[in-house]
Design a binder for this molecule. Sequence first.
Ligand code: TYM
Length: 327
Amino acid sequence: MPTILSGIKPTGQLTLGNYIGALSRFKEYQDEGEVYIFIADLHALTLPIESKVLKENSIDIACFYLASGLDPEKSAIFLQSHVSEHAELNAIMQNYLYMGELRRMTQFKEKSLSMKDEAIGLGLFAYPVLMASDILLYQSDEVPVGEDQRQHVELTRDLVTRFNHRYGEILRMPKAVTPKTGARIMSLSDPSKKMSKSDPEGDIFLKDPMNIVRKKIMSAVTDCGSEVTLDPIGKPGIANLLNIYAALSHISQEEAAKVFGGYRYGDFKKAVAEKVVEVLEPFQNEYLRIKESKEYIGVLKSGEEKARRKARKTLTKVQKAVGLLTF
Ligand code: TYM
């Protein structure tokens, strides 16, 4: 039975990109393997964040996980900071990844681009070490993520090769699993940029009211021309909307392009907006119900226990392998 692990960082409001690329897919694994889904709260500290905002975002993600159909009886849902083994494995693993490798990470380059060296926290630089520790702690086989996280999983694979070469078969080799459709949802205001939590104009937030969702899609930047065709280079804005529609309808982008062949842009956008509303509205209602009921607290507590059992085993194995005493 494969072990599946993924996490989301509570840095800002979750977007439709997070939903399509990752969140909505987690539940598909529940009957296939051992599933660990966590809130990457330690990762959220790698850029400045208000403590109140971090708390609120963490609760939101727990509620979104449950609203997405994750069943706490089947999956361990927990907070990264509640399972201290993440930090302990991180302290060991930081010695097996190198500065040159970390400096090459696209996410680090993008996030630190506008920052002075004096203002870049060590945590931001060392981010992939903690992420690798998250993955390795559960001996994960599959890591469902969006395209932007693939590079971090690749680095984790390099780390496994290096570590196992030195100490024997201690760590399981994980692989990133990205969806065929929707692995990279682009900004609605600039389809050359990824939709990200820090881009209010081009984002659809999972908490946006439905009239705002409709408005944002109707004013999405499209391209010259007026007919819908699939042309990611010439018509990236249309391709992105086709991608969103396809992912939410569980069809391919090509199939979506066929559905809308001959449509004018305006009617096409209306149909995409209605599809997004059809999916988001019930999801949002469920999120609100769960938040109100506070059932997430019990879920996070039992998830933590389940996670720790597995985490402890791996940590002890690694500690023994490197020569730390474990009486
Ligand atoms: P985060 O919080 O930035 O994003 C959560 C998930 O959403 C995906 N995603 C997207 N997918 C499609 N289109 C987009 N525009 C888009 N934007 C984001 C991300 O790829 C991700 O899967 N480092 C991780 C959190 C993490 C983690 C882990 C993930 C920490 N440890 C271990 C997996 C395994 C992150 O910052 O994701």
